[in-house]
Design a protein around this ligand. Sequence first.
Ligand SMILES: Cc1cc2nc3c(=O)[nH]c(=O)nc-3n(C[C@H](O)[C@H](O)[C@H](O)COP(=O)(O)O)c2cc1C
Length: 402
Amino acid sequence: MMSFLKYKKILLIITGGIASYKALDLIRRLQENNVTIECILTENAKKFINLITFESLLGKKVHSNLFSLSEEKEMNHIRLANTVDAILVIPCTANFIAKMANGIADDLSSNILLASNKIKIIAPAMNSNMWNNTAVKTNLKFLSKINVKIFSPKKGRMACGSVGSGKLMEVNDIIENLNDIFSPKELSGLKIIVSAGASQERIDPVRFLSNYSSGIQGYEIAKSIQCLGAKVILITGKTNLEKPKNIKVISASNADDFYNKTVSNLPCDVFISAAAISDWKPKKKITEKIKKMGKEISITFKQNIDILEKISKHKKRPRLVIGFSAETSKLITNSKKKLLKKNCDWIIANNVKLSNVFGSSKNKVSLITKNKIENWPEMKKSQVAKKITKKIVKFFKKNKLI
Ligand SMILES: Cc1cc2nc3c(=O)[nH]c(=O)nc-3n(C[C@H](O)[C@H](O)[C@H](O)COP(=O)(O)O)c2cc1C
């Protein structure tokens, strides 16, 4: 994940609920991301967690008292409200949601929120009956309307023993969502189609021809460009990967299906063909299961449609077409040939013989364009995705297309 949290200043308000202790973990994660944190505990939060734990973790004082002259002298509460990049209320109680929705300012935290014009984010956590209560729902609806960002709780077992909605969002997801909020939306306005995973060519009703592609690289690219505001359509073969957030995911089976689903989503600004599409498909349609007969079997395969070439030469050709090339020998020569023959703009080439690329979280690739070759060192597939994303931003900026 590209971190956009570095050097951000965040005011974290912790309210009084069972999940208050989770704020400690959140602080650590924010610190790991080089975030400067100011912290306030509500009076009720102090009944759940110990101030000293927070102060030692932060290495500074927690703000708490609105009417303390010394605190006001040190850091005026209006200044605190507006010198940060965002205010987070995590966990946020039903009570605090109600206060925020009604403009109540009877303690330091609620005063600061009223006085601030910065980004406001809340992550509610409460018993599921409370979460489902109409008063809470109405308050949340209103907060959303006045631009407070809500990191919704998830389902799970609550401290009170009941199972249902209301559990604080996982800290990892909080960090990820926060990162999304701060990401510069350099690709906003662009529509990008990414294909990922392996195709499956049906042989008979129970068998298919496929390959080892895990889909990781394509999914990482889709997530990375979405993070910069692009509208992403991910056309994917079967994978074990989690469905990425805020991305339209379309399932595809064989090459023809991948192609049709890509074409029906044109026009787009960029097409990234990271799916491993079978070059071959069985020549004949076999309607019955092939029986075990004799010692050998031969099936005739014929060439499949070449999606990359078709899209690159399509009348609605995207401004930028990026292909992937998996070769076991003559990587650069073969990839360069592919680039020219297929008329695509860039090829991301990897040697699938050298390392265990399929299913691995790492990749060593070369970026090949019409006039240059860049050999990138081995790195995580998420890093490769980020590098490709940066290149896309640069391409569109250079050509003054965004
Ligand atoms: C043991 C216990 C656990 C509580 N847990 C929660 C909770 O998880 N979520 C919530 O909204 N309120 C919870 N409450 C109620 C709040 O503590 C109460 O509404 C309080 O006024 C919140 O104050 P604050 O919003 O100023 O921090 C709990 C209360 C008790 C006694």
